[in-house]
Ligand binder design. Structure first.
Ligand code: HEM
Length: 179
């Protein structure tokens, strides 16, 4: 059995997921109005983010030898882009690349997914400053869900690619992954 979702690849998931979740022009307007507020919130968010990861040995060890200033800046920008208003193919392509960077360092996917808790908490501090906080919060949740999906997609793409190479085709690889 084939599923039509299997043919959606790479940045094509932008359009597919936007449609699935119904990201509207109003959603985009609520979020872009908050871009400056998000920039203000970026450092508190990254402080919380790295405090949490440095409190646990299993996550802390990934940062040995990395410039934390650089990482604060990069994840701060990632956070502000959630309010950037452009969630098309380029956005998804960039986010997939970020996901792949985490695949490449051997990071189990449960950690980035769990860290969306911190992202969500600070996102809601930002959306509370909107003229229409409820609508802004709903819009923010949609984009965060898109980002969770794309992060996970990077991991799944990697598994499917390697398994497909090993067994000589994606169709068989998918069947194997179905258990
Ligand atoms: C919401 C979850 C996360 C987001 C949005 C995120 C975002 C980012 C971004 C934007 C970068 C810079 C990528 C680049 O160089 O272009 C990065 C790098 C990195 N992240 Fe994350 N990250 C997340 C979770 C984690 C977790 C849980 C860990 C480890 C426990 C981690 C470890 C790292 C490391 C070690 C790098 C540097 C990789 C390298 O340069 O080789 N990240 N992350």
């Amino acid at each position: 059995m084939e599923r039509s979702s299997w043919s959606v690849k790479n940045e094509e998931v932008a359009e597919e997921l936007s449609a699935l979740m119904g990201v509207s022009d109003e959603d985009v307007g609520h979020l872009t109005a908050l871009e400056d507020a998000a920039r203000e919130q970026a450092r508190p968010m990254t402080d919380d983010f790295y405090d949490r990861l440095f409190d646990h040995e299993n996550t802390k060890e990934y940062f040995e030898g990395h410039s934390m200033d650089r990482l604060h800046g990069m994840i701060g920008d990632w956070f502000v882009e959630l309010f950037g208003g452009d969630y098309g193919a380029d956005y998804v392509q960039d986010r997939l690349k970020i996901g792949h960077i985490h695949v490449k360092i051997g990071l189990p996917v449960r950690y980035p997914i769990a860290m969306m808790d911190v992202v969500g908490k600070h996102g809601e501090i930002v959306t509370a400053q909107s003229d229409n906080p409820e609508a802004a919060k709903e819009a923010f949740k949609k984009i965060m869900a898109l980002d969770v999906a794309v992060f996970y997609q990077a991991y799944e793409d990697n598994q499917l690619k390697h398994l497909s190479e090993l067994v000589g085709g994606e169709r068989l690889a998918r069947r194997l992954l179905m258990g």
